[in-house]
Ligand binder design. Structure first.
Ligand code: EPZ
Length: 419
């Protein structure tokens, strides 16, 4: 099993080009089930999860090609797709459940493996299933599979999500594009990745309108167009590298981004004392002053993203005084804390609140990654810890960070992948 070895104490300075967003690419790929026109997706991140989604669509009969060199995915569904999404593919990538909506909308049937929970929580999909039932789907759970049918097709209706959910918003958005009549979605997720999916679907020819802050109206269509679409940048990857520069007191240019999409994260990091100069498609990060402690919590967009919580926590170990972070999205997203404690961090957990005592000296250690964002927080800690840090089970990391050791070593980090 591969691991990363990091020798801490080096500044992260130079330039990092941010990749396309994993969490935009996955729903966009799932939505291509709707069309049999030629689709080209550019700025695609070359990541394990994207390869798994490409593999899933290919198993279903899609003509799909991932060009790693050009970061391009070409899709051309000339024949009817199989409506079966097997467990062995979904067990490693929960986002595979996003094929459920498009399969039902296009073919009126689907058999999709129930995505299990994961390290950060049980990850139920009741909101997805309840909404599809409201649209006329008949849904049963059998032997770990969702067995769904909509013989007369899906019908547009009024759906107010009882809880804000990125995946449920995306699944139902895609399904509504081929439903009969109008679907009114309320209490939707607003994440930039959801907006990118909307932009993609509208370019395809779908009729989607934002009619209020969390309200989206969709009118079903029948015909779609062949298009080329560039996926939005990965704001979580960008936030991670901003924190890497701040932690190590480097000076880093982060390009291929839109700082306007990251104003929540940038404003919070400003408050902590990180200097971030914003330009049209890049930022320049430095950390001239002492880091100040903060009290914050994760929230649905435009709040602080839960996917940056672990990384912010590492930054807080260096701040003056006591900081607190409340995790309000997932039930068990403090898996990185025990590993950070083994490096010397002083962090107390009470319920969903973490208390971080600042100015702790971190020492290198052998660590275990548990989930995608927890793993990257261990890499960040290794960059600023004394001595050597080994991060095991970095397959978690490879799901969401493209070429992390290359991007960091090109900016001064002493980091290498051990087979
Ligand atoms: C998406 O997951 C992202 N994944 C996650 O990123 C991200 O952390 C999360 O949104 C929140 O922003 C992708 O986009 C592929 P949710 P998703 O539905 O859609 C509960 C990463 O590291 N819920 O918004 O699964 C759920 O348990 C990953 O890149 C229900 O109760 O998240 C959670 O507590 C991790 N019932 C909350 O809602 C449902 O039917 C938010 O989940 C669905 C969700």
């Amino acid at each position: 099993m591969q691991k990363l070895e990091i020798k801490g104490g080096r500044k992260i300075s130079g330039t990092i080009v941010i990749s396309g967003s994993k969490n935009a690419t996955l729903p966009i790929l799932a939505s291509t089930i709707l069309t049999n026109k030629k689709i080209i997706i550019t700025n695609a991140p070359i990541l394990r999860d994207v390869e798994t989604m490409v593999g899933l669509l290919s198993t279903m009969g899609s003509t799909i090609k991932l060009n790693k060199k050009e970061k391009k995915i070409e899709i051309f569904n000339q024949k009817t797709l199989k409506t079966f999404a097997p467990y062995h593919l979904l067990k490693t990538m929960r986002a595979g459940v996003l094929v459920l909506g498009p399969l039902l909308a296009k073919y009126g049937m689907a058999k999709v493996s129930l995505p299990g929970g994961c390290a950060i929580g049980p990850r139920p999909i009741n909101l997805h299933l309840d909404a599809l039932k409201k649209m006329g789907a008949n849904i049963k759970i059998k032997n770990g599979y969702i067995v769904a049918s909509a013989k007369k097709g899906l019908k547009g209706c009024f759906i107010k999500f009882p809880k804000i959910s990125v995946g449920a918003t995306e699944n139902i958005l895609i399904a509504s594009c081929f439903a009969k009549g109008k679907t009114k979605l309320r209490n939707c997720a607003l994440e930039p990745e959801v907006q990118d999916l909307i932009n993609f679907l509208k370019k395809l020819g779908c009729k989607i309108n934002r009619v209020g802050k969390r309200s989206i109206d969709v009118t079903g269509v029948e015909k779609l167009k062949p298009i080329t679409y560039r996926v939005i940048f990965d704001r979580i990857e960008a936030g991670t590298y901003i924190i890497a520069a701040a932690l190590t007191n480097g000076r880093l240019k982060i390009t291929n981004i839109d700082p306007k999409v990251m104003s929540t994260e940038i404003n919070l990091l400003h408050k902590i004392g990180v200097k971030i100069i914003r330009k049209k498609n890049y930022v320049i990060v430095s950390c001239p002053k002492k880091l100040k402690s903060i009290h914050t919590m994760t929230k649905p967009y435009p709040g602080l993203p839960t996917d940056l919580q672990a990384q912010i926590m590492v930054l807080m170990t260096k701040a003056e005084g006591i900081s607190t972070i409340r995790e309000t999205i997932f039930e068990n997203r403090f898996m990185h804390v025990s590993e950070l404690r083994r490096m010397g961090a002083h962090i107390e957990i009470r319920g969903n609140k973490a208390k971080i005592i600042g100015k702790s000296k971190l020492n290198g250690a052998e660590l275990m990654a548990t989930d995608l964002r927890a793993s990257v927080s261990l890499v960040l800690a290794g960059l600023v810890a004394s001595n050597k840090t080994i991060v095991n089970r970095i397959y978690h990391l490879d799901r969401g960070y493209e070429n992390i050791e290359t991007k960091l070593s090109n900016c001064g980090a002493q980091i290498r992948r051990l087979k």
